[in-house]
Design a protein around this ligand. Structure first.
Ligand code: ADP
Ligand code: ZN
Ligand code: ZN
Length: 764
């Protein structure tokens, strides 16, 4: 099995042969047909089954079936026909039945195979991701409607005549019209019995229509549209290049790099239009948080229809509708969060990854993948274009564009009168807040100035809750999570202490657990505490506090964001939930309370992430006519990341990062593979980690370096001990193949989980 290491060249892994359309039906020769099926379960390869005992046509690759597996029936996808003789002795089971779904395209199957090989995830896990919609094993839901029947005789009674007249009036001569029986009964003022009689007499006929409403048709070229909003020359050039990539119907990737507000969305909507002209489907991926009504509304304004949506807050019905329409090719455009990448598109021509640098694209539970990288892989499998868009691209993507692997498209300035905000630093060593306060006099003055002009200020602190630590003044005890090596964060609004690692909550204690003293002190700020301070300092200003835990549902969050857009609250206090995607026209000041927050800890991407996040937050200021500014409070203004931020020298910062990473052999110039060992029994966990280290011959054979085993940065989560081994390899080393060989040498033990994370993003 050849598994190559690179995203751009990953070989197929499954040993299946494609069915030929003309293959003779094996049942004709009296031999029972065998098929390979990849069940949606954590299983490495496709399994051997017998065809279902029905009289349907031979199964073809891509058909969906129900397969018996471990005493249950699991949805699966036919992957091909087995090559060799049946497994000795094994009694092959027949498939339970086939499902009435449009077959999964060969391109989608190729993608799932490559994604499984790249991420070291069993193929079945990928099939599971691709079949995560409700009720796929049931027929598409239908509703009964009435259409015209064959009879042309006059109906026998007055009420029947009346009902038929009403039907004809609504039909207004259209041949294909169909009405819900309820509607007709209501409009004609007749009962169900009358309609039944009309059906029996052949005046009306019942038909089953799909229950899920069809998505509106997208019009790529509404006549009015472009005349009203012409693209600037630079936008038009980027749009033309991106559209050309789509029109080529071959794999190609581009980085669309432009400051917030430069028109990246306008530009990629043009590429979506080209994709529609090509008759192919388009997928637009967004970080979950950016999936707002305002955003979806832009599609409607551009194309006259709303796209299909796929995200965690969508209802089961909505997901079913989207999945089936994607599979049938009826959903022309899907807008979704990272898992939308696994929808079974029929003919995908373009994948847009908006905010491609966003950490939310990395899925860390279950199947571990980075949706941005998988988008590129999927575009390859479909001979499609991938457009990675960002105001602050990841170093990986930027380097790919610099080296010409991706087309680099740049929009250098904001569209229209809006300018990029000026970024300034406040040195907290000189400009100190009062004791127990977090806003420096300089930042307070700036807020006061902004309010005086009738404009909005945003105070940004990327930490939920009231205080990150509670301490007993009498005995020094700190309140930790009983299940994790982490401190409990105090949430005053809910009166709870909460672990931000595992979610454990307990009510906020009045006295110390250790000594009983009531001298408890909250240490450090969270957004709730900041809100308290701002309210005390600016008692007349209306405040809005935005934090994911304080906005219990999507609807309420949307409501608050709409209020901020309308300019109502004067001071907005928020975590990174406010950093992305929104457009607040009256906001002219952004104050970053702790610009150094993300720089602590040992993550090699800390500076890169801080740069991205702070530029993104700063970008909330001055999006309309009024100029904006951002002030960053820091204790280390001499750090390169702070310098480059105030100089607005992104190019210089990325070059600096690239040099550092290249010298260190770190991504994207080298690669990491993290192996996390975890389990309730710490001793066993260490033993397995050490066995892996001893048996690491296949890893050493590719010239990779082994770091660890060492306690993971959070050594205990949810009561499980965690040990980490980090593999550092050259960019071109065949790391997946080596990891497979490595894993195969070690006997697994019950109670110890071993997780491989290729290209790790989080170093918890
Ligand atoms: P980005 O995606 O880079 O943040 P957007 O595409 O959202 O930028 O554009 C920022 C704002 O400028 C939006 O309100 C958008 O409608 C407007 N805009 C951008 N380009 C044009 C254009 N060519 N004509 C009219 N409005 C534009
Ligand atoms: Zn105490
Ligand atoms: Zn915890």
């Amino acid at each position: 099995m050849a598994v190559k290491n690179d995203l751009f060249d990953t070989a197929s892994t499954a040993g299946a042969t494609e069915f030929s359309m003309n293959a003779p039906d094996p049942r004709a020769s009296g031999v029972e047909e065998r098929v390979l099926v990849a069940p949606a379960a954590p299983i490495e390869g496709p399994l051997d089954y017998l065809a279902p005992r029905d009289d349907g046509p031979p199964l073809r690759a891509g058909d969906y079936v129900l397969a018996p597996l471990g005493g249950r029936e699991t949805i699966g996808v036919v992957w091909g026909r087995p090559d060799g003789p049946p497994p000795a002795k094994a009694k092959l089971k027949p498939l339970a039945r086939r499902l009435d779904l449009p077959p999964m395209s060969a391109e989608t199957r190729r993608f799932l195979e490559r994604a499984a090989a790249y991420t070291l995830t069993p193929l079945g896990e990928m099939v599971r991701l691709a079949t995560r919609a409700p009720k796929l094993d049931e027929p598409a839901p239908t509703r009964i409607a009435l259409r015209r029947g064959p009879s042309s005789e006059p109906p026998a009674t007055a009420s029947r005549r009346k009902a038929l007249e009403v039907f004809e009036a609504i039909a207004a001569g259209r041949a294909e019209v169909a009405l819900a029986p309820k509607t007709l009964a209501l409009k004609a003022g007749v009962g169900a019995a009358v309609l039944k009689a009309l059906i029996e007499s052949g005046h009306l006929a019942e038909i089953a229509l799909p229950k899920d409403a069809a998505y509106g048709r997208f019009d790529p070229d509404p006549s009015q549209r472009r005349a009203e909003r012409p693209l600037s020359e630079i936008q038009a050039d980027a749009a033309a290049r991106l559209s050309r990539l789509v029109a080529e119907r071959a794999f190609g990737a581009a980085l669309l790099h432009g400051v917030t507000g430069s028109g990246k969305t306008e530009v990629y909507l043009e590429a979506v239009a080209e994709c529609l002209r090509q008759g192919r489907q388009a997928l637009v991926l967004l970080p979950e948080i950016a999936l707002t009504d305002a955003f979806l509304g832009r599609f409607e304004a551009r194309f006259g229809a709303r796209p299909a949506e796929w995200h965690s807050a969508a209802s089961g019905v909505e997901r079913r509708r989207c999945w089936r329409a994607a599979a049938a090719g009826a959903a022309q455009v899907v807008v979704g969060a990272r898992s939308a990448l696994f929808l079974p598109f029929r003919d995908l021509g373009l994948i847009v990854v908006d905010e491609e640098h966003d950490g939310g694209y990395k899925q860390e539970d279950g199947a571990i993948y980075n949706a941005r990288d998988m988008a590129v892989l999927r575009a390859q499998a479909h001979d499609a274009a991938a457009a990675l868009c960002s105001a602050t691209p990841s170093l990986e993507t930027w380097v790919n564009a610099e080296r010409g692997r991706y087309q680099g498209l740049t929009l250098p300035s904001r569209f229209g009168p809006a300018r990029e905000p000026d970024i300034g630093l406040i040195d907290l060593r000189e400009n100190r807040p009062e004791r127990g306060r977090w806003l420096s006099p300089a930042l307070e003055a700036a807020v006061a100035e902004t309010l005086a002009k009738g404009e909005q200020a945003l105070l940004f602190l990327n930490r939920r809750g009231y205080a990150p630590l509670t301490l007993c003044r009498a005995c020094g005890a700190r309140f930790g999570c009983p299940h994790c090596d982490s401190w409990l964060v105090s949430h005053r609004f809910s009166g709870k202490l909460q672990c931000h690692v595992c979610g454990h909550t307990e009510s906020e204690p009045k006295t110390c657990r250790e000594c009983g003293s009531d001298q408890l002190a909250a240490c450090g700020p969270g957004v709730e505490r900041l809100a308290e301070e701002a309210a005390a300092r600016f008692p007349d200003a209306k405040l809005a506090l935005l934090s994911s835990d304080l906005a219990p549902n999507q609807g309420e969050l949307k409501q608050r964001i709409a209020e901020i857009e309308a300019g109502d609250p004067q001071i907005v206090i928020g975590t990174q939930i406010v950093a992305k995607g929104h457009n607040f026209p009256n906001l002219t000041l952004v104050g970053v309370v702790d610009a150094d927050l993300g720089l602590h800890g040992g993550d090699f991407r800390a500076a890169e992430r801080t740069f991205q996040l702070l530029r993104q937050v700063a970008g909330r200021a001055g999006r309309a006519e009024r100029p904006g500014r951002a002030l960053l409070q820091t204790v280390a203004p001499e750090q390169p990341v702070m310098k480059k931020l105030i100089e607005a020298d992104e190019q210089g910062f990325l070059e600096l990062l690239a040099r550092e990473r290249e010298a260190a052999g770190a991504p994207p110039f080298g690669r990491y593979l993290a192996v996390i060992f975890s389990g309730p029994d710490e001793k066993k966990v260490w033993e397995i980690a050490q066995t892996f280290t001893r048996e690491a011959e296949p890893i050493r054979a590719i010239g990779a370096e082994l770091l660890g085993p060492a306690p993971a940065p959070i050594p205990r989560i949810r009561g499980k001990a965690r040990v980490r081994v980090l593999v550092k390899a050259a960019k071109t080393a065949p790391i997946q193949a080596a990891a497979k060989a490595w894993s195969a040498r070690v006997k697994k033990r019950n109670g110890v989980r071993v997780v491989f994370d290729v290209d790790p993003q989080s170093f918890l």
